[in-house]
Design a protein. Structure first.
Length: 203
């Protein structure tokens, strides 16, 4: 998993509440278990007409948001079903950070497992960041996970809270497999002992 330390990038405003996982990645596209290639269908039904042409009013179809790395979203982002394809699609598009006042629990947890930083802010802070992102002349934010700060285009700094364990996992680029592999010496030692004591298990 890619480490998340400090990100400076275009922030796209999505001032919509209750964006669910079916909007993020429609069920039609859940036939794959690959984590790549889903960025092109991120927000598929919101981004494209049925004939595949772009909807010009959708934020990610406009400059400079086509290359957004941060999404400033409305309340209760990622609600709905528990599909892990939602963070996969965001990440494959290039989104590394989502800022909102609240997230659905399963989506929130899945973000950390896939290298995306979900940041919870107050309603007033979200309003300020939404205004920053809506300024197409300079919608750039800097997110520093070490200091737990968001720097706005005007230089103002907002602090955010995050669970220390999840913070360290993102900083080190550790998903569940990575965490397990840190214990590989202990796992090997256990298997060696078990082979000696219960050899029939390995026949």
């Amino acid at each position: 998993m890619q480490k998340f330390t400090k990100l400076t990038g275009v922030a796209a405003p999505m001032d919509v509440i209750n964006v669910d996982t079916d909007q993020i990645i429609p069920k039609l596209h859940l036939r794959t278990i690959k984590r790549t290639g889903l960025g092109k269908v991120l927000f598929d039904e919101l981004r494209f007409d049925t004939d595949g042409t772009e909807k010009p009013e959708f934020v990610l179809n406009r400059e400079p948001y086509r290359k957004a790395e941060i999404l400033v979203a409305g309340d209760n982002f990622g609600c709905g079903s528990s599909r892990e394809h939602a963070p996969w699609a965001l990440l494959d598009f290039g989104i590394r950070c989502v800022v909102s006042t609240s997230f659905a629990d399963i989506f929130y947890n899945n973000c950390f497992k896939n290298g995306i930083l979900p940041i919870t802010v107050s309603a007033d802070e979200l309003q300020a960041l939404m205004a920053d992102a809506s300024d197409r002349e300079n919608p750039v934010l800097t997110v520093d996970l070490h200091t737990q700060e968001i720097t706005r285009p005007n230089g103002a700094v907002l602090s955010f809270e995050i669970d220390e364990f999840r913070r360290e996992c993102l900083l080190e680029g550790l998903d569940d497999i990575g965490l397990t592999m840190q214990k590989v010496a202990l796992i090997d030692a256990f298997e060696k002992t078990q082979r000696e004591r219960q050899p029939w298990l390995y026949r």
